[in-house]
Design a protein around this ligand. Structure first.
Ligand SMILES: NC(=O)C1=CN([C@@H]2O[C@H](COP(=O)(O)OP(=O)(O)OC[C@H]3O[C@@H](n4cnc5c(N)ncnc54)[C@H](OP(=O)(O)O)[C@@H]3O)[C@@H](O)[C@H]2O)C=CC1
Ligand SMILES: CC(C)=CCC[C@@H](C)[C@H]1CC[C@H]2C3=C(CC[C@]12C)[C@@]1(C)CCC(=O)C[C@@H]1CC3
Length: 346
């Protein structure tokens, strides 16, 4: 007779645990007494309490050892949104997520928490205090969003309350914090190239930026409240700082905090959006001859010039979520963590 090891409830796996959010999640889980298996295509650190498994999540055989005897799996791996490689997004976010679900089911994992994105409902028009019942956009603005929608559907549909895998999706928005490879580095790079002088539109559009530790808190609460009888089963939840801020005020606070000038001059939104569309078409047409990646993509211009903030009332109600770190504190901790990106730093 074979005896199956009963997975310890303080064991979990983090797929994408080498990334920005993943590593913060791993650190908090360790603090809370979990032992963690990290599965990622690259290893970026070593920590006591973490077992590292390197591999591609599309490869079930590579995944299996990381998920064996683990009751709880967090899936926060994805190619970076800045990539415009449709085949890669399709392979990793869609096929790879099917593989993750299959592996979890075959290995008897009890809970799967997916990091989705609030952008699954965003199509370039204003969203004010959006709730989770807004339908998925039928017109995703990039391949990243297109495949995040498919990924979220797959995970939520896999939820089986009758003794099978339980699933939930967390939808963060505008994650920022120490070690973020995207937001602050893109902003500083744009400023260093002298392109952060302009505000797109009238500058009053409100947006959610969410400090990474609040996103981590939302993930852990979701995992701990996910039970067959709980309302979380098969549902998506927005996790934000619950403090929408003007996009350009946020950018200015970070820039000024790092010693750069805040943008001052206004440009009409439709003009910049039109130019970004033209540039994008040009990039497509010239792709066989020259590869260039415009900074001002239509998606980015839309994000910079429209309202997009979301309600996190459902997370408060169903899992007792409350942001732990305010926007002001989050911005100052973030700015302090980037001495090498300060104005004048070598
Ligand atoms: N950052 C944000 O503002 C937001 C992020 N999200 C979601 O949060 C999650 C985490 O994002 P973030 O931490 O910013 O991203 P990161 O790119 O920092 O982390 C993702 C990690 O997954 C790894 N990875 C990519 N492809 C594979 C693969 N095929 N197999 C195994 N590992 C892989 C990446 O490796 P490598 O770096 O080598 O590609 C990286 O280590 C993502 O799902 C993202 O969609 C949602 C909303 C907002
Ligand atoms: C709220 C949210 C979803 C943020 C996600 C992160 C990125 C999409 C942004 C981080 C830095 C932003 C940025 C721009 C667009 C959106 C970001 C890339 C601009 C390119 C918008 C146009 C400009 O004038 C320069 C901006 C630099 C920073």
């Amino acid at each position: 007779m074979t005896t199956r090891v009963r997975p310890s409830s303080k064991r979990c796996a983090v797929i994408g645990g080498s990334g920005f959010l993943g590593r913060h999640l791993v650190e908090k889980l360790l603090e809370r007494g979990y032992s963690v298996a990290v599965f990622d295509i690259r290893q970026s650190y070593e920590l006591p309490g973490v077992t590292f498994y390197q591999g591609d999540l599309c490869d079930k055989e590579a995944l299996r050892p990381a998920l064996k005897d683990v009751p709880l799996v967090f899936h926060c791996a994805s190619p970076a949104p800045a990539s415009d490689d449709r085949a890669l997004f399709q392979r990793v976010n869609v096929q790879g997520t099917c593989t993750v679900i299959q592996a979890c089911t075959e290995l008897g994992v009890q809970k799967l928490v997916l990091t989705s994105s609030a952008s699954v409902v965003y199509e370039g028009a204003d969203i004010k205090n959006g709730t989770e019942d807004i339908p998925y956009t039928a017109k995703p603005m990039d391949y990243y969003t297109e495949t995040k929608i498919e990924q979220e559907k797959l995970v939520l549909q896999a939820c089986d309350k009758e003794g099978g895998l339980l699933t939930v999706a967390i939808r963060p928005h505008g994650i920022f914090g120490p070690r973020d490879p995207q937001l602050v580095p893109i902003l500083v790079d744009t400023a260093r190239r002298g392109k952060m002088k302009f505000i797109i539109g009238d500058g009053t559009n409100l947006v959610d930026f969410t400090f990474v530790e609040n996103v981590v808190h939302g993930h852990i609460l979701a995992a701990e409240h996910l039970r067959p009888e709980s309302p979380l089963c098969g549902k998506p939840y927005h996790i934000t700082n619950d403090e929408p801020i003007r996009f350009w005020d946020f950018m200015s606070k970070v820039l000024v905090g790092l010693g750069y000038a805040a943008p001052r001059y206004h440009l009409p939104y439709m003009l910049v959006y039109g130019l970004a569309m033209l540039l994008w078409l040009l990039a497509m047409l010239l792709r066989p001859l020259v590869a260039f990646k415009p900074t001002f993509t239509p998606m980015r211009v839309a994000l910079a010039g429209t309202h997009h903030y979301y309600s996190c009332e459902a997370a408060k109600r169903d899992m007792g979520y409350k942001p732990l770190v305010s926007l002001t504190e989050g911005i100052s901790r973030t700015v302090e963590s980037y001495p090498h990106l300060r104005h004048g730093a070598p």
